[in-house]
Write a protein that binds this ligand. Sequence first.
Ligand code: F6P
Length: 541
Amino acid sequence: MGFFLPINYQEPLQSTFCQFTTSSMRKNPIWQQLTELAQQDDRKNLAALWRNPNRQETLVFEFGDLYLDLSKNWLDDEVLEVLCQLAEHANLKIAIDDMFNGQVVNTTDQLSASHTQLRNPSHPSYQLNTEKLFTLADQVTSGQVKTAFGKPVKQLVNIGIGGSYLGPRLVVEALTELQSESLIPIYFAASVDDSLINQLFKSIDIEHCLFCISSKSFSTVETLMNARAIQAKLKEVKGYQPDQQQSSLMAITANTPRALKAGIPEYMILPFDTTVGGRFSLWSSIGFPIVLAAGKDEFKDLLAGAHLMDQHFQQQPFKQNLPVLMALLSIWYRNFIGLSAYSCLPYDARLRSLPKWLQQLMMESTGKMHNISGEVINYPTSPWVFGDHGQLSQHAFFQAFHQGVDALPLDFIGVMEDNSSSQNFLLFNLIAQGAALMQGKEEDQSMKGCPGNKPSTTLLLKNMTARSIGQLLAMYEHMIYTQSVIWNINCFDQPGVELGKSIARDIQQHVENDSLNEMGLDPSTMALIRKVTELKNDSID
Ligand code: F6P
């Protein structure tokens, strides 16, 4: 059967900064030392680790609006020291400078990664980005921009998926619930689903609604299908008269020619540079919904918060560097202790979309099996990332955290600002979960006992502001970049997601041409296609 493809080994490229090669990684003395340390039971025993009286002081960090407590982790000074040596050996400092200096760090596409430039007020990209964003935002909010019904804009629907959806959604939710309501309410259409589009059309005020096609490539099939479905619906509405002066559609893209070809008037296109990675793009034009929902000042504060974290990442020694510490800890768990999952648990409804954003950021960036030279690697990379609002998760999957056989790294995230009783309730729950997981409890009836010794990280935001959210998100971005440098992989490409998309396109075409047998698909897939196409035919009859 010819349906399993051989792994494509490519000619190695030379990395600019990492001294590891695949074959040397496991043989490297630092790697070996960490492997040996991970085999010592006391390194994975929180009770033993807490015998060090200085633990609290050495593993709690404060920077900007963030308070990071790593003390409940299977981590100690010696391990941290060797992990820092690993980062040094990978030339992390040079790699950080390379990214900030606009060097090619996306080696697959031969591109720099420019998201940090967008939040650096002394970089020309900052000015360009904010100017074009704010100019269009002003035109929209002042009523100068009119929908194709000749009406001012009062709502925006963001049509986009992945990085063109998750970041804006997370920040809009975090900031507008703070302000109790959005300046311009934002709706999101991400997956392809007729029922969702129908539901959306029932909720919005069509005549006052601006539909924003957010797509870096302007070729993502889900986004284009949704855009077409929405356009078709608009055409059915009386009074819909798009022209060069009034439009219900706008685009945010790094591919302006395609947006123009799709009929979006030029003044309604917000371009951004192709060097901004999709999942790192909320700081770019992709952040337009944030500007409309929360306002220009909030957006500037978001950029300022991220820039603060950028400077911290560039300047601080690894041992006090929040993103580096987070990355080193995750590498310790993943590559040396052997834990394969990672959970993100915000104890605040305003951050409910953080786990999904982090899931894409981590898994799409570092879920890789090739190093930057194209060689297949022999160590695991991205863990399986999942999570949800902490409180909801307690009533869903925390049982497995407390009494499941294995452990996994957990990030508990809380917001301190609001002294209301419900906020305190949430924070006390967050704190209690970390304590319960670490301490455990012996019970007479052993089935009720919890073994404890389960690690977790606590990350507290001093308040819920654009500035603190900027710091938090930039911290995770830099954590991912640090992981990728040490793993010697490219965190700015995602070639793996293409295969499924191209097979879906082929299936569609072959079904339409009645030539499915030519595809050489496996029996299981063939049977599934027959099943769904038969069902469709039945329902047509
Ligand atoms: O999932 C693949 C992907 O390319 C992501 O990297 C990206 O965030 C998403 O699709 C959307 O892409 P685009 O913004 O080009 O529509």
